[in-house]
Design a protein around this ligand. Sequence first.
Ligand SMILES: C[S@@+](CC[C@H](N)C(=O)[O-])C[C@H]1O[C@@H](n2cnc3c(N)ncnc32)[C@H](O)[C@@H]1O
Length: 413
Amino acid sequence: MAKTWTIFTGILASIVLLTAAVSFSQSNTDSSGLPSLLRTTSCLPKNCSQECQPAYGEVTLLKQRLAETLGDRDAERRKGEETVAKLQEEIATERRNSTELLDTLKQLIEGLKLELIEGQKNRSEAVATLQAEVEVEKQRSGQLVKDLEEESAADSQNRTAIALIPPIPSAEDVQRDVETVKRLKLLDAVQSGKEWNTRRRGIFPKKSTAQWVEYCETLAHENQASLEAGQIAVPPELLAEAHHNYYGAPWALGRDIFEFLVNKTNLQPSHRVLDVGCGSMRVGIHFIAYLEPGHYACIEADALSLAAGLLYELPVNGLLQKRPQVISSNTFDTSGLTPKSFDLVFASAVLIHVDTREKVWDALGKFERLLVPKTGRLFTSHNMKWCEAPTAESDCPTPEVLEAMAMVAPSLV
Ligand SMILES: C[S@@+](CC[C@H](N)C(=O)[O-])C[C@H]1O[C@@H](n2cnc3c(N)ncnc32)[C@H](O)[C@@H]1O
């Protein structure tokens, strides 16, 4: 570097010297056009005569100027060297600093590496702990599932057993039934045993009339009291199932009618059924058991028949919780029922009791309006054989009703 600098300053000095010499020669030309310096060279310095003294003086001056210039260059060189030294020092300082920074960074990285290794170690430990816990949980839940499966197997066995027993009505079901009995004033019909026996046109053959009167009077009173207390006491007449003989003989036919209608209409538990003139629910109990809660409705004119159905048949067959809709009416009042919502409306041995053709048509019109359009079905049945030797006038339809029903039958089924 220093060598390069010396060569550089030498070249520079030569250029300056040459430039000075040229300018000097130009400024000191005589009439011949030659520079006075060249002109006097031959006499310098030993053979110098008086004439060339001035030229010598100029050389001295030139030398001085050159020395000054060189002096300036030296100062600049020194200044440059100082700057270089300063820069070198700064570089060295920076280098030292960066080395320190590097060391610090290295240490930091080492630290992080260690932390990472430690973290990985911790994580591996944590994962191992979790895996162990998961294993324990798996075993525990496996056992739980096994226990539950065993429990559910036992439960389903129980359920199968329970399914054979009629469901026990809840307090709510009983309360609802009590309310229905109160609302329909069904106990008015059994306020006295005498009235009951008069109205029902007969008595259970195995018991004496006097005995029944006594029972019914006592129990009618008890029944009213128990009803007020939110319970239903069953009159002994019903316990003897006398209504099976009178309101629906033979009682077992109810199951046949039910099966016939279900098969004919491909009835599903989700369907809705209206049982017109349901009596004591001889057919109704089978429909109520089959259908979803709230999907069975019945209309009945006779309070004693309804009392037998509500007070005896529903609780005994465990059907209270199926919430059948019971309408007490002798005019086929269907105003409380939703139009076009019934999949099946049937009247089993009912229309023969209606006294005029108009009433039959009027009733059929009401039932038709309740049917689900197109798929809804209406059935009526009549035991005509019974009319061949009627025991009472009211047992058979009048000729005009018979005529109306003969017209209805082919058009309905
Ligand atoms: C022979 S019983 C049949 C009962 C029931 N359908 C069965 O098959 O067991 C006829 C029923 O129709 C009822 N009934 C007659 N006319 C009625 C009317 N206008 N409104 C409602 N029910 C009526 C009677 O009270 C009686 O319970």
